[in-house]
Design a protein. Structure first.
Length: 82
């Protein structure tokens, strides 16, 4: 079965849904790190830009690398679930 890759078309705008668990983890980080990571999901909404990789053996699950941190998300149609 062929693997699906995220669409990197900059004209596609994804909706972003962040879980309470992800928000709590973000709040626990130092403010400069939080600010840097917080800007990345916004860029994801505009065509999945950034260092995005599909997770091996995980259907529709990806990671976005931000320095030493990873943002894990699931892609379903036009929605990103963090």
């Amino acid at each position: 079965m062929p693997t699906r890759k995220p669409v990197s078309d900059s004209s596609v705008r994804y909706s972003l849904l962040i879980s309470e668990e992800a928000r709590a983890q973000l709040r626990a980080l130092p403010k400069p790190v939080r600010r840097n990571i917080g800007q990345r999901p916004d860029a994801l909404q505009k065509g999945l830009s950034g260092d995005v990789k599909k997770l091996t053996a995980r259907e529709d699950k990806y990671r976005l690398r931000v320095g030493t941190y990873r943002i894990l998300f699931q892609l379903e149609r036009s929605s990103i679930f963090v």
